[in-house]
Design a protein around this ligand. Sequence first.
Ligand code: SAM
Length: 244
Amino acid sequence: GAGLYIVPTPIGNLEDMTYRAVRILQESDIVAAEDTRQTMKLFRHFSIESKLVSYHEHNKQTSGERLLADLEAGKQIALVSDAGMPGISDPGSDLIRQAIAADIPVIVLPGANAALTALVASGLSTERFLYYGFLPRKKKERREALEQLKYETGTLVFYEAPHRLKEMLQGIEEVLGDRQVTLARELTKRYEEYIRGSVSELRAWAAEDVRGEFVVLVEGSNEERPDAVIQDSDPLEQIRRYIE
Ligand code: SAM
């Protein structure tokens, strides 16, 4: 039917494509892809012949306007990214917001996603977690971002490029302390691997040349936020505690 379909694609293993994802891509009038060449490979594998257009960070304005016009004209459009769930550290959220604002149905298919897969396998708490995606690249900004996360009690979930892993772990140890960490490497692929340990242990592991795709999961804080008392709602109680 008409509407914007958000279609996850495999993060390494083509068997993780769902039957429904294949059908929706086949049925769609237009498939908007982050990288059409990448998506062509998927199309060939699953014998999909739908019309492909590009939708990425640098053309999302113009491409998005065209897609919205087609959606308003009653077309079925599917959105895919290079791998995993669109809108999760990938293009998609702008188009989704625009479609919602225009009262166009948005249908999201469940499917492959590196963060959730890694979280469940990490052995760290899955009860609460904070998905962060990529930390800033610059050292100072990365430090500031980590400072903000210092008292977060949920498991922290990051994406990181292999050549920045070493520096990232150093920042984590300096700002968050020597917590438990899981590195989830090459999920769903031939060399899938989990490396679990304290940050200092994993820094030693990452000292050599590391390759592949990584999710970095960090145990949440078990320290109390130092200003917790002042967040109390009763002003008198606040003052009483303050002068004690
Ligand atoms: N939208 C994707 C998702 O739903 O997971 C994420 C896209 S983001 C641009 C790419 C990052 O996701 C990589 O740098 C890596 O941190 C993580 N990632 C993607 N595939 C992975 C895999 N097979 N194993 C480990 N991490 C992966």
